[in-house]
Design a protein around this ligand. Sequence first.
Ligand SMILES: CC(C)(COP(=O)(O)OP(=O)(O)OC[C@H]1O[C@@H](n2cnc3c(N)ncnc32)[C@H](O)[C@@H]1OP(=O)(O)O)[C@@H](O)C(=O)NCCC(=O)NCCS
Length: 148
Amino acid sequence: MAFTLAELTPDNLQAAVSLKLKPGQEKYVAPVVHSIAEAYVTPTAWPRVVLEQNQVVGFIMGSFDPDHEIKEFRAGIWRLNVAGEAQGRGVGQFAIDELAKEARSRGITHITVLWIPGEDGPEGFYQKCGFIPTGEVLFGQTVGALQL
Ligand SMILES: CC(C)(COP(=O)(O)OP(=O)(O)OC[C@H]1O[C@@H](n2cnc3c(N)ncnc32)[C@H](O)[C@@H]1OP(=O)(O)O)[C@@H](O)C(=O)NCCC(=O)NCCS
C-alpha cells in the first residue's frame, strides 16, 4: 500500500490526535497531542503525519537542532506513533525513511533515537530499521544511531 507524508493541517489534526496505539504501548511514547503541543513551542521540531488513502495511520516527529548541547538531540526521531490497526505493514519504516530523506537534504550524516527498553517495546523495530545501540543510556532510554 502506498503511504505519503504530510504536514499537519486543520483537516488532519483531529485524526492525528485521535490516533490509537495497541493497548499497553502507551508507556513507550507520548500521546500525539502532547507532541504537537511541544512542536508548537519548539521551532526545531519536525512533526509529520503518515497518510494511507488520506487516512492518518502514523505520526512522526523529528528534531533538527544542530546546536543542541546534547549531541544525541541534534538530529533524529523524537516521537513515532503508528496506529495499532496499521502496525506491521511498513508505516513505521516508511516514516523513518522519510525522516532520513529530510535529514540527508540538510546534509546530516547520522540520526539518533532514544527508546524505552521493554519486551513489547520498539527496540526490535529500530534495529530492523538499521539503528545500532551506541552503548549510551540517556534519561533511562537506550540510544540508537543510524548512519545515512
Ligand atoms: C514501533 C512501531 C513504531 C513500529 O511501527 P510499524 O509500522 O508496526 O513497523 P513496520 O511495519 O514498519 O516494521 C518494519 C520492520 O520492523 C519489524 N518490527 C516492527 N515492530 C517490531 C518489534 N516491536 N520488534 C521487532 N521487530 C519489529 C517488522 O516486522 C518489520 O520487519 P520486516 O521488514 O522484516 O517485515 C509501532 O509498533 C508503534 O507505534 N509502537 C508504539 C509506540 C512506540 O513504541 N514508538 C516508538 C517510540 S521511540
